[in-house]
Unconditional design. Structure first.
Length: 103
């Protein structure tokens, strides 16, 4: 979900995702760059590859939230279907969320 609300232009918004246990949080700008990663003490007992997997899964969800928001904005602006080709969809976001829930 957007951290900045509708009052801020979509291009200036960021999106955050976290693990279900609240041990990893990642915030991503709508354009895709990672703005922050927060690791809670509970996750630090895990092996490094598991921590990395959780960070990447959170980053994927946050990124896709932003891209789906962009897609929705473009759809409201009546961009042609060809212009939306290759953009992430709600189904892509749902799959990423399911992967994150499984960690």
């Amino acid at each position: 979900m957007s951290t900045d609300g509708d009052a801020v232009a979509l291009s200036d918004q960021s999106f955050t995702a976290s693990t279900t246990d609240g041990s990893v949080f990642v915030r991503v700008a709508v354009r895709g760059h990672v703005l922050g990663v927060q690791l809670e003490p509970a996750v630090m007992a895990r092996p490094g590859h598991e921590i990395a997997e959780r960070i990447m899964a959170c980053a994927d969800v946050a990124y896709l939230q932003g891209q789906v928001a962009v897609r929705a904005e473009w759809e409201r602006a009546h961009v042609s279907p060809e212009g939306l080709h290759g953009m992430p969809t709600e189904a892509d976001l749902a799959a990423a969320r399911e992967r994150l829930r499984g960690l």
